[in-house]
Design a protein around this ligand. Structure first.
Ligand code: KG4
Ligand code: ZN
Length: 364
């Protein structure tokens, strides 16, 4: 397909309601014309996590006006867009239904094609929108619901090299924060405390470190944190800071080992790729220590380290729009309006479901 394409993207898989209008030029260059993201953080914070029913209702209430707002910001009308892209999985089923049904309704009313987009493909392809990088590359997705290392071979062509066998990394941050009495979401709170802490004080487990497989495991880490806190009760502010710093250190060492092996595997598989790239996505990518660890690892292995702006690392509709555009551009067909939302939908069609992985299955 050669001409410029414009698409309306819709994202409602978890606790962000989002809409965006994005274009893709014939040369592959993308541009976000208008976008808006409404976070439901406040609605859920009292519960210490995302409540599916509350999320679905909040999407229903906000989505129509967010779509109008995104169109307004883009200076386009529905008549100007070539297609609609809506997240249809994985995620919370109530939210997915809201976004996908809205996408279908617009597609039906306007006669435009509908692309039912995998949320993970949105994360995986974002770096091509922001940095224009070429296939193949490696993507590390670290969010509240997923921890995956994925080989991105092409649009619609992914190989999952590693995933968590229990908790997602963001979930480990959130649970650690909760048991230390820190606010939700836990990641930023743990990071803040860690700045004042002694990372050497506690030696927490570094699960699966040294193993050839590239999977992750974080539930033991959370248990170790609980035991450490119990062993020094009553826990002071400084103790909490030390635990947070030690926790973050254990996570960063674990990532260094796992991802380091991934980079080596990539290099062996693609010796001719001159400057390979590691891309990060997901809310945990905001963490400065983890970023610094990954940056240093990439420098050492002569990989480019690409961290898109945080607003595009976390859930948003521009990435869904972009994934739709990429699918259109390579000639993948639009979806039938009978397409159903899927709470589970692995990117890698051949990957086996690992016991316990993504059991929360809610966030990506
Ligand atoms: O991608 P995201 O915004 O949402 C979904 O998971 O859908 O990721 C949220 C996760 C939460 O678990 C949060 O605690 C974590 O990202 N997070 C962080 C930081 N900021 C957010 N984890 C570690 N350090 C941070 N600075
Ligand atoms: Zn996500």
């Amino acid at each position: 397909m050669s001409s410029q394409l414009t698409i309306l993207g819709i994202e409602t898989s978890c606790d962000e309601t989002a809409a965006a209008v994005v274009t893709r030029a014939a040369d592959g260059h993308g541009e976000i014309l208008g976008e808006v993201v409404l976070s439901q953080l406040e609605e859920h914070s009292a519960y210490g996590g995302v409540v599916p029913e509350i999320a679905a209702r909040a999407h229903v209430e906000a989505l129509d006006s967010l779509i109008s707002e995104a169109l307004l910001r883009s200076g386009r009308t529905l008549a100007d867009v070539d297609a609609i892209a809506a997240t249809s999985g994985p995620g919370l089923i109530g939210g997915l239904i809201v976004g996908l049904m809205t996408g279908k309704a617009i597609a039906r009313a306007t006669g435009k094609p509908l692309y039912a987009v995998n949320h993970l493909e949105g994360h995986a392809l974002t770096a091509r929108l922001t940095d224009g990088i070429a296939f193949p590359y490696l993507m590390l997705l670290v969010s509240g619901g997923h921890t995956q290392l994925v080989l991105v071979r092409d649009v619609d062509d992914y190989e999952r090299w590693g995933t968590t066998i229990d908790d997602a990394l963001g979930e480990a941050f959130d649970k650690t924060a909760k048991l230390l009495g820190l606010p939700y979401p836990g990641g930023p709170a743990v990071e803040r405390m860690a700045k004042r802490g002694n990372a050497e004080r506690f030696t927490f487990p570094r699960p699966l470190v040294g193993e050839a497989r590239l999977d992750f495991s974080f539930s033991g880490l959370k248990t170790a944190v609980r035991q450490a806190a119990q062993s020094i009760e009553p826990v002071t502010e400084q103790d909490i800071a030390d635990i947070c710093a030690s926790f973050q250190r254990a996570v960063s060492r674990t990532l260094k080992d796992r991802i380091g092996r991934g980079l080596e595997r990539f290099r062996a598989l693609y010796p001719d790729v001159a400057t390979p790239a590691l891309v990060v996505a997901g809310g945990v990518a905001a963490n400065a220590e983890l970023r610094a660890t990954l940056q240093a690892l990439c420098d050492k292995n002569r990989f480019r380290f690409i961290a898109p702006p945080l607003a595009l690392c976390t859930d948003n509709a521009a990435m869904i729009a972009w994934a739709g555009l990429e699918r259109m551009a390579v000639g993948l067909s639009a979806d039938d309006l009978s397409v159903a939302p899927r709470s589970r939908w692995p990117l890698d069609k051949a990957a086996a479901t690992l016991l316990g992985s993504g059991k929360r299955g809610a966030k990506a």
